[in-house]
Design a protein around this ligand. Structure first.
Ligand code: SAH
Length: 458
């Protein structure tokens, strides 16, 4: 190891920054986070730095750097583009044994600044000893994606209970087990979903209890339209920590690949309209959670858009099961983006509707006359079997027959196909074609933009 990673407390300590440009500004922002007092010496200061100095503990001093300027500083950063000045600052600092960092010059520095992931009080520092700063930044970005932003809050809470937990468990092993349960279970999830008060109460309760009772919960997670890269960080995290995963046909195989390897997978695929089956799914979730399991209910797209998510969590709520809902990219967003069809456009469409084309008992009670107005986009979900019927209804209610229409099959996946036609030409378009579910129908002038904006697939 070439450098020893240490975290240094600089609160209220004087730090010197030489240079007044954007690089100096970046370092100053970091020093401010560590609550230092800053003296910044330069001949010129950038506007943002001047603005920042007005509301922070920053002393801007307009002058040439002189050797005695380094005195009484705990740390020095040289951020100028004047090589000889940087060398001079470095030399003075080394002579006085004050830690110095010359930006982008590890050879002139006595310490280097790592890439950091800041979840204060948790801070992760990554360094490549100056060999590959870009690599360190990439590693940092990876860490950013897997560490929930509320980890800081969780650590703060843990800090408040640290002494109590110490008193409660003499044995270090018991203590560790207790904290492991807190950091990777229901309590942590409560903090992540904005319910810190409840989390604290639960922690108090566990501390008071001698017997550990296991508490299950349900995550209703939007799995997006198919491309696994469209999952949210939160979706991925919960998929990776669930004990049981309930999924159906709409969740793509490549998304399922990302579920925790040893989680139990339960297929609850159903034919549309089978409401009794829905009742069984709701009950299954309640039973699993009651047995102490962390249940991830994966839903295609967004759980609250034609996903019956509302019904599923109503049952959970009735049974007092803790749950959280993770939004996903809905088919309309995913498919329109991957088909190059913006859902709104200043020139062609000022509003957009998501409509189910699923017809109850073969009839539809949709407000067709509202759909035929110009300057809007209508997205029909569940449109495969009824696509011809939908187009005919639109024509019957007065939509112009040359209105462009797109049918998107298996959007956002490598199998994506996009078929476009006019309203009247639509039946011919899909005739004799083998089209696979799921498909989405988009009606509106914006469909024409695909010719120019299509970017995904062939
Ligand atoms: N909750 C889901 C929608 C469930 S209804 C969401 O927010 O996306 C199921 C319908 O969604 C399908 O019939 C189809 O119209 C649409 N759909 C879902 N994924 C799709 C995909 N990858 N490509 C095209 N349509 C899709």
């Amino acid at each position: 190891m070439e450098y020893l990673p240490i975290f240094i407390n600089l609160r209220q300590k004087k730090c010197l920054v030489v240079g007044g440009g954007s690089v100096a500004l970046r370092k100053i922002n970091l020093l401010l986070k560590a609550q230092t007092k800053i003296e910044c010496i330069a001949l010129d200061f950038c506007d943002d730095l001047i603005a920042l100095s007005k509301s922070n503990d920053i002393d801007l001093v307009t002058k040439h750097f002189e050797p005695e300027d380094i005195q009484n500083h705990s740390v020095i950063i040289s951020a100028t583009n004047d090589k000889s000045l940087n060398i001079q600052v470095s030399k003075m600092a080394h002579e006085s044994r004050i830690p110095v960092n010359v930006v982008d010059s590890p050879d002139l520095s006595s310490f280097i600044m790592p890439s950091i992931v800041d979840r204060s009080p948790v801070v992760i520092a990554v360094s490549s000893a100056g060999r590959a700063p870009v690599l360190a930044r990439i590693i940092r970005a990876k860490l950013e994606t897997i560490i929930p932003s509320a980890y800081g809050e969780l650590a703060e809470m843990a800090g408040q209970f640290r002494e109590k937990v110490k008193q409660r468990f003499n044995n270090i092993k018991d203590r560790r087990q207790f904290w492991e349960g807190i950091f990777s279970g229901v309590i942590a999830e409560k903090v992540f979903s904005g319910r810190s008060k409840e989390a604290k109460k639960e922690l108090e309760r566990r501390l008071a209890n001698t017997t550990e009772e296991s508490l299950g919960e349900v995550y209703l997670v939007g799995a997006g339209p198919g491309d696994p890269d469209l999952l949210t960080f939160k979706a991925l995290r919960l998929m990776q920590q669930a004990d049981v995963v309930l999924y159906d046909r709409l969740v793509s195989k490549s998304v399922m690949e990302l579920v925790r390897r040893d989680a139990e997978l339960i297929y609850v695929g159903k034919k549309s309209g089978e409401s009794s089956h829905q009742v069984e799914i709701n009950k299954l979730m309640v039973d699993l959670a009651n047995s102490g399991q962390r249940v991830c209910r994966l839903k295609g797209g967004d759980p609250f858009i034609f996903g019956r998510g509302g019904e599923e969590i109503e049952t959970l709520s009735d049974n007092g099961i803790p749950f959280q809902v993770v939004p996903g990219i809905t088919a309309a967003s995913g498919c329109s983006a991957y088909a190059g069809i913006p859902l709104t456009h200043r020139d062609y469409s000022q509003s957009c509707r998501f409509v189910t084309a699923h017809l109850k008992d073969g009839t539809s009670n949709l407000p067709w006359e509202e759909f035929v107005a110009e300057q809007q986009t209508i997205v029909f979900y569940m449109a495969l079997t009824s696509a011809n019927h939908v187009c005919q209804q639109l024509i019957d209610h007065g939509m112009r027959v040359d209105m462009p229409v797109a049918l998107i099959e298996r959007g956002t996946t490598p199998e994506q196909r996009v078929y476009t036609a006019t309203l009247s030409g639509f039946p011919d378009l899909i005739n004799n074609k083998e089209i696979h579910a799921p498909t989405l129908l988009i009606v509106g002038e914006v469909v024409n933009l695909r010719e120019k904006l299509g970017w995904y697939g062939d």
